[in-house]
Design a protein around this ligand. Structure first.
Ligand code: ZN
Ligand code: ZN
Ligand code: ZN
Length: 256
């Protein structure tokens, strides 16, 4: 199994339009962050996406992504959802609908905002053709076991996801006690780390490090970072076993 970081940025992406800070001017590709999303790829098998941010098309082209067998939505903020229309190319290639998953609020909101994507396919498959599935317990998609991870994003209940021994938790301000047991024995944890200052709807560096230590995955990667997280400066402050993710990072995990 391979987890491919399509994007590791916050809602603005980095560089930020109109900003001339050191990170935004940096030529280090690891400081160029598109909106947060990952692909979970099983070699010779299915590929799942977690979220479809507004940069999906360019991310897919960059990573050679030509297959999507399901999408796990964390929540419906624009930076996680608004690339949904680009799923149409995968529906076209596969001549098949793509199932999408989320908690009940998420699924209802996606259907309200992108109703045209839930209609039967037209002759030319020129729109996304999706099927919606609300989940609140472990489920299977394309033969993979997926466990939803309820977390809080400010007051909003949203989902992270565990697939095998990897977990992805973005846009989180609190991981409830009841969710922590679902995070035992992880190989890889990808975890929100907005930046170095507290924020009402996201954990920040100090809090992300506390959670990383409490969950103690074999390796933790921070995601969904703003331009305040210059790659080299911030990496130098991290303990063993914790790293900053970057766009294009691929992490291989042995199957169980
Ligand atoms: Zn976000
Ligand atoms: Zn900046
Ligand atoms: Zn959000």
């Amino acid at each position: 199994m391979e987890i491919v970081c399509l994007g590791t940025g916050s809602s603005t992406g980095t560089p930020v339009i109109g900003c001339d800070c050191a990170t935004c001017r940096s030529v280090d590709p690891r400081n160029k962050r598109t909106r947060a999303s990952v692909a979970v790829v099983i070699p010779e098998g299915p590929t799942l996406l977690i979220d479809t941010g507004p940069d999906l098309r360019l991310q897919a082209l960059r990573e050679g992504l030509i297959q999507v067998d399901g999408v796990l939505y964390t929540h419906t903020h624009a930076d996680h959802l608004n690339g949904i229309d680009d799923l149409r190319n995968f529906c076209y290639l596969q001549r098949a609908p793509i199932p999408v998953f989320g908690n009940e609020n998420t699924v209802r909101d996606i259907q309200a905002r992108f109703g045209y994507a839930f209609a039967p396919p037209g002759h030319h498959w020129d729109k996304p053709v999706l099927t919606a599935h609300a989940v609140d317990a472990p489920f299977q998609v394309a033969g993979l076991d997926v466990t939803p991870l309820p977390v809080l994003h400010g007051k909003l209940p949203i989902l992270g996801y565990r697939i095998g021994d990897i977990a992805y938790i973005t846009d989180v301000s609190e991981i409830p006690e009841a969710t922590l047991p679902l995070l035992r024995d992880l190989d890889v944890l990808m975890l929100d780390c907005l930046h170095d200052r507290p924020h009402p709807t996201h954990i920040h560096l100090a809090r992300s490090l506390e959670y990383a230590q409490a969950i103690s995955a074999r390796k933790t990667y921070f995601i969904h970072m703003t331009h305040r997280m210059e790659f080299v400066d911030t990496s130098g402050k991290l303990p063993d076993g914790v790293e900053l993710a970057y766009d294009g990072l691929r992490v291989r995990v042995a199957p169980r």
